[in-house]
Structure formats: structure tokens, C-alpha cells
Write a protein that binds this ligand. Sequence first.
Ligand code: ACM
Ligand code: ZN
Length: 538
Amino acid sequence: MRKSIILFLLVSSVLFSCKNKQKYSFENNIIPKPSELSFNNGELVVGDEIYIIINENCVDAGKIKRYVMDYLGKSFKVDDVPEKQQSGTNIFFTMAGEGNPESYNLRINKNGIEIVSPGYAGLFYGFQTLRQLLPAALEAGEPIDEIILPYIEIQDSPRFRYRGMHLDVCRHFFSVEDVKTYIDILAMHKFNTFHWHLTDDQGWRVEIKAFPELTKISSMRKETVIKKNWGEYDGQPYGGYYTQDQIREIVQYAEDRFITVIPEIEMPGHALAALAAYPELGCTGGPYEVGTTWGVFDDVFCAGNDKTFEFMEKVIDEVCLLFPNSPYIHIGGDECPKVRWENCPKCQSRIRKEGLADEHELQSYFIQRMEKYINSKGKKIIGWDEILEGGLAPNATVMSWRGTSGGVSAAKMGHDAILTPGEYCYFDHYQNEDHENEPLAIGGFTNCEKIYLWEPVPDSLSAEEASHIIGVQANVWTEYILDIGHIQYMVLPRIAALSEVAWSNNRDTTYVEFKKRLQHMFIRYEKAGYNFAKHEVE
Ligand code: ACM
Ligand code: ZN
């Protein structure tokens, strides 16, 4: 049997269709591109019976089995069986080897299909790759009698251990079903982290039993500014929140797809919605109302009032229970104006008592105090890069959004950093330069090509410092995004470009090569019913 490692393959798959019998002549069009891929001589005929065989080491493979049976079961008769079957197609999931639990090996040969990994996540990613070898018709659950697959061998592992996508559910609210759809899109592109932006000026979206006013008052705004016409309002009350049961449901749904959900609870800024319900936690005592326009507001949590910390700690207690498997709590920390603190006797007294130099150090005091509490609950904090100002909390991970310099500084200080610079990672930006025929967006210009050609780790970092750049993330802020169809439009296909930055160890050297492969993803998006942006369609 001929075996050759083929890297940097040109991409395109040719489909010969004969009723519901589908043959794929294969070239490597998998996104994100695997580390190594080779074709061998031979073809596997996948008939209408598929058997899933999970080896005995995989004692906890139930969620993979459910996912695979769900996906294939719409088009085929699928069963799970204890051992190899003589008829039908066998798909083996085998836990073996050592090393990165997200790495995997996928083989298709005369024995069937085998996915091998040292970890469950790797088995799942192996299946995500297999999914792209199968006809796109499966995305729609269309019946298929027979598929002919080439013999193939793939070895793959991710470049970064943190591959994140963020979603703001405060500026606009998205249902449980919408969030699940978003998570499905992440899984398809081998992302492993969903950063859920749950609290902000315009709405508090997570039920906290200790503070019922957060759901009664903070989750609703009385109206919303119309487009960018400051001063013009729609007069429509708007809001929503997730019950704790719904949060658990989404966390489980994500876990079933090997995605960790990191909750973000904003502090000390972006606090207006919370202050509307608990005005005593603001420097002036209010009254406040839930934000009806966008931007940054001067009213923030009072850093001089111990009640603020009591409130935050109780919120964190419940949030930690809701997200038991997240190693992190994101505490925000961005865009916190200092004007209220400058004029607040409590804040000024705190500055004096703690020997702080100024309000920046007061912000640092706030974050460090909360970090200590969150660490005591067995979790670490992530904060936006403003947490560098006034002194970085000792164990904090920095999420660098104002360019990458915050992340670079953090890495040089031995802190972990996640890069999410606006220019490449803000998926609320326009996808073309002139904004023509685009839905209203916040501004900017971030297209697939820019994202694809972005190298996140700067040369200025030593290997040791670079090891602290744990990954990349795109952010989806929703001031101008009102429904899941629009989210899909902003995310697809930019997420595909970012998935190669995040995952692939051997990205194409030119965008043209990637763009060719992307055409195959479009067929898949189409069949899945996703509303993807068409700028890159050839
Ligand atoms: C941010 O975009 N304010 C993190
Ligand atoms: Zn104050």
C-alpha cells in the first residue's frame, strides 16, 4: 500500500453524484487544516449500516457516542456495538497513546474508520474532521445510501490550547436555542472555549438567587437607541435573562461538545444594569437606570464600599457553582472611568487607607481583592488588558483587545495571555472596506484574509514568553446584531479563518489556497442552514 505524507495540498473535492450514492475524490480541504494528511490506495464503501465501536478504555465516551449517533443517525442506520461487525461500516473510537488529549489520529482503510486519541476531546475532534470528509448532505440529515471514501491517514493536534469565541448577550439577548446554535458552530471549527459576556450596562442576564432584583430590574431596559441616532429611542422595553437551569443546560450542551464556558461578570465598570437594581453599590447612590444607549458610562461600582465586595462575592459564589468546569471567571475590568471615584469620599478613603497612589491603583485593588476571592474558590481570573493598569493581579490571565501589546507585556511578566486584538478578532466589524450593502456594524474592517494572514505570536517574544500566549479569541459584541441569523453572518466564515490561526500548525502560506478550501465549507454551511456572509464565495 502506498503511503505518502502530503502537506500543503491544494484543495478541492470533486463530487460524483449518482442518486443518493456519493463518491468523493479527495484532496485536503479540511478546515482547520490538519498537521499531516496522506492518501493511500483504496476506497472504503460506507453503506447504510454504521456500527460505532468504543474501546473499553473509553469508559466515559457516552457523550461522543450520543453526538456521533445523533449526527449520523439522520442519514444512516447507526448502532453501537461491543466489537467489530462483519457487515456494514465500523467506526472505532480508541483511547490510546499519550500526549495532548486534543490530538488525534484518523484512519480510513479496509477495516473501516478509526479515530485514536489519548483523550476524549481528541476523539471528538477526530470526528469533526471525519464530518468534513463525509458529504455535506449529512448537515441537512438527507438520506444517503452509500458513500465512497478514500483510504486516508491524518495526524493532527492544535497549535493553541485556548481557542475561544465570545458572545455578548447583554446589548442584545439570545435564546437558549440561539446560544446552542452558536456552540454548534464553535464545535464544527474545533474551538474549545465559549466566553459568555453575561453582564453589562444594558442588561444583566444571569439569574442570581441572592439578588432577585437583578432579574427583575437589571435584565430589562426601558427602550433602546435607534441605530446610531443618539437621542432617538424605539420606546420598546427590551430584556431577557437565563435562569440557573438554562445556564446549566447550556454549560452541559457545550461540555458535550468539549467546549468550556467561561462566564464574564463585569467589574468595576459596565455596571449600570446592576446599579439600577442596587443603587447603594454606586458612588453617588443613584438613581440609575439600565443603559439604553451604547458606550462607556461614568457610573461604576463603588470601590470604597465594602458592600460592593459583599455583593460581588455572593454573585461569584453562585457563578462558580453554575460553571463548575471552567477554570476561569472573567471579571471584565475594561473601560472603567475613574471620575466617580475621584469625587467619592468612600473611594478616596480607601485610597488613603490602602496607601494607593491613585484611582488606577484603586482599580487594581478592586481586581486583586476579587482575584483573591476567586482564587480561594479554586478558580483563576481573566481580565481585559486594562487590568494591567495600576498593577496586575498576581495570577491573572490577560485578554488583550486593544492590540496585542497588553498580551505581550503580560507574557513578558510571566502571565498567561489570550490575544483578541480588535483589528483581527472583532467580528462585530464590517467585512468589507467600503461597508457597501452591509448591515449596520460598529465600524472597523476585519475580513477573512486579514484574519488568515495574522500571526498572533510576535517575534519579540522568547520561546518561554511565547508559551504564555495560550491562544486567540474572536469577540462578537451585539449592539447592532439583533438575531442569530445576523450572528451567523458576522461569524461565518470569519471563524473558519480564525480556526486555522488557532488550530493549524501548518497554515497555508497564501490566502488564495485557504480561500479555495473555504468553498467546501460554504456548501456545508448552506446545508446546515447557516446564514453565512458571501464575500469570499468564488
Ligand atoms: C472591549 O471591547 N471593551 C473589551
Ligand atoms: Zn465610591
